[in-house]
Unconditional design. Structure first.
Length: 210
DNA sequence: CCCCAGGCGTCCA
DNA sequence: TGGACGCATGGG
């Protein structure tokens, strides 16, 4: 299985090339994007972030001081805007209470993850995305595509949960920031192209051999 | 018209 | 523990 996961990585890298995730200019911006993209198309997230940038709201202190109702209006294109405005405010408040973003991100990975998961609106995928792509610490991000791709290729059972899938990758692969970064991005790429929710396993998926 | 998207919290059995 | 449901816009 470990070798199989590395094979898959090589196959995807060859097929799609390096992705250089995550789209975002700063760790703060990446973190905001991680919340906004919950169950939402990235194109919609870009519109929301463009609104924030246009109005010079894309900084920690500005956003932390912005009323939730105003924030919701700015991020409307990302969907679930009331919910996500509250979640962003929760996140920023928790980080402020901790002593700021640098100090928050300076925690050990396990502590950082616990801190994030304690925030209402931050679940495992959002937490791990922030840890990997904003804080630049090696952790494997599992998402709906990861689950669907692996189960359709019979590498996990359908009922496998987040932790089980994350452990499969992290127990099998070398702990490497660039590898984890690239692998998750590649899984999203193959998911978008070849592993849609309602469609059967695609015959031209680069990952052959069920 | 339909289904879907880089989830999460709540409620209920 | 685990399944159903609400949250919501924009694209195909």
């Amino acid at each position: 299985m470990p070798d199989r996961l590395l094979e898959i990585y090589s196959t995807l890298l060859e097929h799609f090339g390096h992705q250089n995730w995550w789209p975002g200019d700063t760790p703060f911006e990446v973190m905001v994007g991680a919340v906004l993209t919950q169950n939402t198309n990235w194109g919609n997230v870009e519109r929301a972030i463009a609104n924030l940038r246009r109005d010079n709201l894309l900084s920690f202190t500005t956003l932390a001081a912005l009323p939730s109702e105003i924030l919701a209006e700015k991020i409307r294109p990302s969907g679930y805007f009331n919910l996500k405005a509250a979640r962003l405010k929760n996140l920023l408040a928790a980080i402020s209470d901790f002593g700021g973003l640098d100090l928050f991100f300076a925690q050990e990975t396990a502590e950082l993850r616990e801190s994030l998961l304690a925030i209402k609106g931050i679940g495992p995928e959002t937490a791990d995305s922030i840890i990997l792509y904003a804080a630049n610490k090696p952790i494997f991000v599992v998402d709906a595509y990861t689950h669907r791709i692996l189960s359709r290729h019979n590498l996990i059972c359908e009922e496998a949960d987040y932790q089980e899938i994350q452990e499969l990758f992290m127990d099998s692969l070398p702990e490497d920031l660039a590898l984890f970064n690239e692998y998750h991005a590649l899984l999203v790429m193959v998911g978008k192209e070849y592993c849609k929710k309602s469609k059967p396993l695609c015959a031209i998926c680069p990952l052959q051999e069920g």
